[in-house]
Design a protein around this ligand. Sequence first.
Ligand SMILES: [Mn+2]
Length: 282
Amino acid sequence: MRGSESFVDKDVAYLKGDCQAIFIGDTHGDPQATLAILKQTQFYEKVKSGEKIKLVFLGDYADRGSGDVENLELILNLKIQYPDNVVLLQGNHEEVETSMRYGLLKTLINKYGKQDGQRLFIQYAELFKDFPNAVITENGVLAMHGGIGNFDTLTDLQGKSKLLHWADPSFSESGISANRDRLLNGGNMTDEEIIAEGFASYGRDALESYLGKIGAQVLIRAHQYPPSVEWDGKMVTVFSNGSGSEYSNYKSVKPIFVDVDLRKDIDRIEQNNVKDVAYSVL
Ligand SMILES: [Mn+2]
């Protein structure tokens, strides 16, 4: 499931500063969100006319929405048809432990029967493992599903996928702290053990320090709602399904995507980079 994008290592895809990039957060079983974004960004027209555009999906394609198989198939088909224009990252719902619990396994069994459903689920899980976990761009954007952990270098990202899937920003604590809210079990674990397991919270200082070390300017991440631009545009949370869709489980969320011209230097995400998902275009 890889196109011609280059890689810093197997977990981190590298995008050159030569295109428009659309960052899409959790679509969670809502194919209407994906279709609306394709239409709003004129993706097909632009590819056809040779304009450089890339879609970066930040993970969480299935589960929690009634169209999870449809949305997953739509996004996988996009990658197959336009391998050089589509980047698919892993989110925490591309982890087998999550998707067997929150929807995809059940939907596949309901749709295809127990044996075929389980077989398909295993094949999807194998496929997801091959998706990268982060994107770094030539001009200063770091993008991933959850966020950073106890990292010092870009290569620290390699092999620490769960940190990227489950991390959240903290607006009350500085540095890197234990993200106990995300733990189902583990009451006896120390903070260090929790962070090492991949359940980290990062304060603004920790994020800016890490971005500085790797030569990036902003973090674009997904995983939470409501979507928002924070920390003077140094971080944005993108959540891309919600109010206005019959499929979405997040009826009160106003979904967004982020549209960035990677041909320019980016030092913050501005309000004009943030676009509402307009289901009305469908
Ligand atoms: Mn998530």
